[in-house]
Design a protein around this ligand. Structure first.
Ligand code: ASP
Length: 342
């Protein structure tokens, strides 16, 4: 595996399987039953030039749970980029301070440009409409874990992706990642103008997957195993999409959609954040507490998966078990008030 994680393109099926196995070994630490200090003394630089809650905090928490420390900067205003510093200079400077760097930036290709100037491992935390590889890895980990619980298999599964498939970087990385696995059925449902880029559809079909495109959720969908819904990425709209664009109510994934058009064990996923403004028609809150809603299990899985990425890139993945000791503080048995018992 390359020493940076910039795109799913750099991952082989073996790399992905390895990361999934390491993530599973991180569960006792992520679930706060055990503690490790395997990255004691190491420093992570978290550079976020675009809004983030989950990615920034979970990379931060994952590094801390491995025993490391984190330095971070958020937004252009408080960084030297506001003074005209180049990605090359920022990269070289940060390399002198940190042992790993996570970067999010609004421009496509910017994180790769930053990584080209350093030998310190760099992880792409999202580069504009480009990719979000760690999100795709945690999505795959979630699907695999949930399928194991439900007695299902990835081979032949039916995955429906909906919402903003044009600018949503999470679906770009996820569809590439799924394409490394045995053929499945992928249904893409997007409003006109926000369809999945055709080169990604071509890639996936060339690997033997069956892809269908539709423009509304108000149709019959059969045997859907996963509904992966996404937010409209208005911050990336260019002139051809109006700023005032809103998703119609037809695109809302809610309890009625699941009950009438999907199955009793269809999983609902979303990279989050969901846009809770009523006119956004994003994932409905009426599914809160419904065991089919996997979005918070998905965010929880961000910790073991991001720990696995760090442990693998920093080459301590074989040392984890040697370092474990029990947790000594109070940990609630359930985390969220609406978390279902599975
Ligand atoms: N959090 C995800 C991302 O950064 C999804 C989103 O923002 O809609 O790409």
């Amino acid at each position: 595996m390359s020493h940076h994680l910039l795109s799913v393109d750099s991952l082989s099926r073996d790399d992905v399987d390895h990361l999934m196995r390491v993530a599973a070994r991180m569960e006792p630490i992520a679930q706060r039953r055990q503690v490790t200090r395997v990255l004691e003394g190491a420093v992570l630089g978290n550079l976020f030039f675009e809004a983030s809650t989950r990615t920034r905090v979970s990379f931060n928490a994952a590094f801390c749970r491995l025993g490391g420390s984190v330095c971070d900067t958020t937004g252009f205003t408080f960084s030297s980029m506001a003074k005209g510093e180049s990605l090359y200079d920022t990269s070289r400077v940060m390399s002198g301070y940190c042992d790993a760097i996570v970067m999010r930036h609004p421009e496509l290709g910017s994180v790769a440009e930053f990584a080209a100037a350093t030998h310190v491992p760099v992880i792409n935390g999202g580069d504009g409409p480009g990719e979000h590889p760690s999100q795709a890895l945690l999505d795959l980990y979630t699907i695999d874990k949930e399928f194991t619980r439900l007695g299902k298999q990835l081979a032949g599964a039916h995955v429906l992706m909906t919402g903003d498939l044009k600018y949503g970087r999470t679906v770009h990385s996820l569809i590439k990642l799924l394409s490394l696995y045995a053929p499945m059925r992928i249904t893409l449902v997007a409003p006109p103008g926000l369809e999945m880029p055709s080169q990604l559809i071509d890639l996936v079909t060339s690997r033997g997957h069956r892809v269908e495109q539709r423009d509304s959720l108000a149709q019959d969908y059969t045997d859907v195993d996963v509904v992966y819904t996404t937010r409209i990425q208005k911050e990336r709209f260019t002139a051809e999409m109006s700023e005032g664009f809103c998703l119609s109510r037809d695109f809302t994934v809610d309890r009625a959609f699941l009950d009438t058009r999907c199955g009793r064990d269809t999983l609902v996923m979303h990279p989050l954040p969901r846009d809770s403004r009523p006119e956004a028609n994003d994932l409905d809150v009426d599914l809160n507490g419904d065991p089919r809603l996997a979005v918070f299990r998905q965010t929880d899985n961000g910790i073991p998966v991001r720990m696995a990425i760090f442990a693998t890139l920093l080459e301590v993945d074989q040392l984890i078990e040697q370092e474990l000791r029990p947790v000594r503080w109070f940990v609630p048995p359930r985390l969220g008030v609406d978390d279902p018992t599975l």
